[in-house]
Design a protein around this ligand. Structure first.
Ligand SMILES: *Cc1c(COP(=O)(O)O)cnc(C)c1O
Length: 401
């Protein structure tokens, strides 16, 4: 630990988000530098030889490490309270690397069924090709977790709150069962963001993000991150996997993301306040069959959500009584909120999961996950909440026709 790292550890979260991980170049720039370089040069042949032997730490090649990426990784690690962070080119490359780095033929993975579509594909279609057995459970049913984890298991993978129904899973309880079965717990913490939920403190071993969502939060870049305190996992499994398969984040995107972190806490707090207000408005709306918002005591796992998260989140799911036609009329009547499958953006976005993000899984699986044809998912942005409320009123009026 250097003196600099000790100083940073004493900082409170808001300070860490603005200054954590900053490494100034000899030009003494105020803003974090954008090191748009693939390689690095050596003063002598001896220095190159010694660097490759690992006799001292320096940058060798940007597939391994890059100063702008290091600044982003150290700042996100400080926010998460994790020892180690590795960035990747997208959220999916983070999920893929976090899982594939540790799984091999003959291993077993237990996962919650309510996963992001591409995560579902990795677990149910890709991993079986490599001889990894998978079991899906209903994430909210502890008996299903207990039964699935009564056998030795390599890895547990889950998402909480889940997409799009905002189901909340008891992380500490699952982690206890997983550890007893010999498994590492990997959690996709995208919906809560590192501001609202710290899974490592609740027993998870590895946290993954799509930084494309709240961390960039302004719709500019794809990116991902893997965070953990498990040095053995990183040294023996993750680092070689990343180095030799190369899902590296672009320095330009890392630079956008390190600047994104500076305002993350402010944005998420404002988005949560907006989500709470709009969820309340929708709950009283004519033609709204139900509203799912973890911050409300009407949410089936509200108490658990409030133990695990510091606020209700930036996402609201709600069911329009008029089914698919009503939901489509609602979306098409909106004048401000954009129709988009993205989330966590400064612009409010709305999605019809049954015909887009969750179309592929089919009607049976959708029914099992509670994704009805009238379900809409709203990602609340940074606009004035009154403008958003007026827009939702337009949607409700059209849906009721
Ligand atoms: C978006 C998302 C991902 C994938 O991230 P990309 O950056 O799009 O690759 C994974 N999990 C969840 C929960 C997401 O919302």
């Amino acid at each position: 630990m250097t003196g600099k790292a000790n100083r940073e550890e004493a900082w409170r979260p808001a300070t860490r988000l603005v200054r954590g991980g900053t490494e100034r170049s000899p030009f003494a720039e105020t803003c974090e530098g954008l090191f748009m370089t693939s390689g690095y040069v050596y003063a002598s042949a001896e220095e190159a030889e010694s660097a490759f032997k690992g006799e001292f730490k320096r940058y060798i090649y940007s597939r391994y490490a890059n100063p702008t990426l290091t600044m982003f990784e150290n700042r996100l690690a400080a926010l998460e309270g994790a020892k180690i962070c590795r960035s990747t080119a997208s959220g999916m490359s983070a999920v893929f690397a976090a899982l594939l780095a540790q799984l091999k033929s003959g291993d077993r993975i237990v996962a919650s069924r309510a996963l992001f579509g591409s995560c579902h594909f990795i677990v149910s279609e890709l991993l079986p090709r490599y001889g990894v057995e998978h079991v899906f459970v209903d994430g909210t049913d502890m008996e299903e977790w207990r039964a699935a984890l009564s056998r030795p298991t390599t890895c547990v993978f889950l998402e909480t709150p889940s997409n799009p129904t905002l189901e909340v899973i008891d992380l500490s309880a699952v982690a206890e069962l997983a550890h007893a079965a010999g498994a590492r717990v990997v959690i996709d913490n995208v919906f809560a963001s590192p501001v609202l939920q710290k899974p490592l403190r609740l027993g998870a071993d590895i946290v993954v993000y799509s930084t494309t969502k709240h961390i960039d939060g302004q719709g500019r870049s794809l990116g991902g991150a893997i965070l953990t305190d498990d040095e053995t996992y990183v040294d023996d499994l993750l680092t070689p996997f990343l180095r030799h398969t190369g899902p590296s984040l672009s320095p330009f995107n890392a630079w956008l993301l390190v600047k994104g972190l500076e305002t993350l806490e402010l944005r998420v707090a404002r988005q949560c306040a907006g989500a709470r207000a709009l969820a309340g408005f929708l709950a009283g709306g004519v033609g709204v069959a139900r509203v799912l918002y973890p911050g409300f005591d009407s949410h089936p796992q509200h108490d658990l959500a409030m133990r695990q998260m510091t606020d209700g989140g930036t996402m609201v799911a709600f069911e329009i009584a008029g089914g698919r036609d009503g939901a489509f009329r609602f979306m098409n009547a909106l004048d401000l909120i954009d129709i988009s499958n993205n989330l966590g953006d400064s612009k409010s976005l709305i999605t019809h999961p049954a015909t887009t993000t969750h179309e592929r899984i089919g009607p049976e699986e959708r029914a099992r996950l509670g994704i009805g044809d009238g379900l809409l998912r709203l990602s609340v942005g940074l606009e004035d909440v009154e403008d958003l409320r007026e827009d939702l009123m337009r949607g409700l009026a059209a849906a009721a026709k």
